[in-house]
Design a protein around this ligand. Sequence first.
Ligand code: AMP
Ligand code: ZN
Length: 140
Amino acid sequence: MSEQKTSCIFCKIANGTIPCYKVYEDNEVIAFLDVNPSSRGHTLVLPKEHFSSMVTCPKNLLDHVMEVAQLIAQAQIAQLGASGANVITNIGEKAGQTIPHFHVHVIPRYEKDGILLQLPTSKLNEQDVKLIVDSIQKGI
Ligand code: AMP
Ligand code: ZN
């Protein structure tokens, strides 16, 4: 059982202490509109229980969160006229995570919505490839 953080804003939303624009809820998962949306319908999906990021969330719960994220994306496309969506989770401050309670952004995309998600690219370093592959495989 993970620690339920009394100071965590998403724990407070999950337990009803702080209001939100809820679009989905079941026993383990809640989804609500992002208060500062990147696009119309931008939704956050999270476990009610506190886990600091995707990395520490138990697998069954992670599966459940992603199932709900899929439902939200389907609804954004079918009901809001989105042409697609970005499904993003930030892990750690360096990656842009500002609230340390695991959550998945489901950001509907529209024609000419002005959102630029441009990741830098580089050449794969052939000398480093074996070490990278071995390291990741060792950690799985
Ligand atoms: P991240 O940067 O991945 O941690 O995302 C945190 C997100 O939570 C941001 O997009 C915020 O706009 C959003 N957010 C912060 N406070 C609230 C709130 N009270 N209700 C809904 N969304 C929130
Ligand atoms: Zn929390």
